[in-house]
Write a protein that binds this ligand. Structure first.
Ligand SMILES: [Zn+2]
Length: 370
């Protein structure tokens, strides 16, 4: 993630913090002083917020260590003002495993809240009129924060942990991961709609809640779409969807040749090959147009290539290749014959889309004939 900085590496997981976090701290300090407090109050607020986010970090590590049990590593966790994001290599597909990984985050907050409650002697010494000392107030706020985190994270909607819990439970009942995901997504979207409608009906407007509802609505739809696409491509390989009829440029080609190919055909991105047919990189349409203005048509194409390091193999699963394609900055990825180290195809999002359209049409026909 851009604008994030290394904080520490804990057991193979890098903890990064986003630059906007400094804004949050500045805001908190400003708020404390604007309420008539001095620098001490500002400092106290900063310590409180940092401790709250330490709890967020512990929550994420709950997921990280649970996932590690199933051999899934987490390269990094990024702390943002809106919370933490743990980038797991993948989510476990087995419902029982996903359930465990999803629950272990909120469980950490439950444990923290209970520990604080015990430390404060709650509920036996609870007195609503009690004058709290500054230290007690600090712990009480931290406890509330952890309870809030549990409630918020367990809302049964993607991308919250509760959404994953719901999906895992549904998958256990229905026995189908795709159907369970779509059902969980619909439930999450329904919840978001109910929240927005309730705000309209009761005439209350909570901008933060509104924002979360919109976010949940789209994230749930996205989750369902990804799973549906994975289902549709589960038996497809890269060779089924790659572009095989394409033009490539030689290592000494100039921009004019790329322009001619761009205009005369429908290909947007052109691989540049060395004399042995090996891949040097890709001239993308955007780069080509930009370079044309700057350097003119006689400029060597080789000097504007994008070095798309990710290389695919024809027999690789298409779903895996699609993940690599969307993670890559390149609009097209090279498919190399592993034996001869020769470029045999290109994979673009457009191609994959067309393959899926064709598949869907054929399936529809099969269904009609059945
Ligand atoms: Zn979580």
């Amino acid at each position: 993630m851009k604008w994030s900085y290394h904080l520490a590496t804990i057991k193979g997981t890098e903890v990064r913090i986003h630059a906007t976090f400094a804004l949050l701290l500045a805001f908190v300090a400003w708020q404390a002083t604007s309420l008539g407090g001095g620098w001490r109050d500002a400092l106290e607020s900063i310590v409180l917020v940092c401790t709250m986010f330490f709890c967020v970090l512990l929550h994420e590590f709950g997921h990280v260590f649970a996932a590690r049990r199933y051999g899934i590593l987490t390269p990094d966790i990024t702390l943002l003002p809106i919370g933490g994001i743990a980038r797991l290599e993948r989510m476990p597909r087995k419902p029982s495993e996903e359930l465990f990984v999803a629950l272990c985050g909120p469980l950490v907050n439950v444990v923290i809240a209970v520990l604080i409650a015990v430390g404060l002697g709650l509920p036996f010494s609870f007195d609503p009129n009690m004058q709290m000392s500054k230290v007690t107030e600090f712990w009480a706020t931290l406890m509330q924060w952890n309870v809030l985190m549990v409630i918020f994270n367990m809302v049964p909607a993607f991308p919250m942990d509760g959404g994953r819990v719901l999906r895992a439970l549904l998958a256990m009942i229905i026995g189908d991961y795709g159907k369970a995901t779509r059902a969980a997504a619909v439930i999450g979207q329904g919840l978001a709609v109910v929240v927005v409608m309730a705000m309209v009906v009761f005439g209350v407007f909570q901008p933060m809640l509104m924002l979360i509802a919109f976010f949940v609505f789209f994230a749930a739809g996205q989750e369902a779409a990804v799973v549906t696409q994975q289902e549709q491509t589960s038996d497809l390989k890269v060779r089924d969807a790659m572009l095989t009829d394409f033009h490539a440029l030689g290592s000494n080609a100039v921009l004019r040749e790329a322009v001619d190919l761009l205009i005369s055909g429908s290909q947007h991105d052109f691989p540049v090959l060395d004399e042995h047919g090996g891949m040097m990189g890709i001239v993308t349409r955007n780069r080509l147009i930009a370079a044309l203005t700057e350097h003119g048509p006689g400029y060597p194409a080789q000097l504007i290539i994008e070095r798309c390091e990710t290389v695919l193999e024809p027999r690789m699963a298409l779903s895996e290749a699609m993940t690599l394609l969307s993670a890559s900055e390149c609009p097209a990825l090279a498919v190399m014959d592993p034996v001869h180290d020769r470029l045999v195809g290109l994979l673009t999002a457009e191609n994959v889309g067309e393959t899926l359209l064709v598949r869907a049409a054929l399936r529809e026909r099969m269904a009609r004939m059945a």
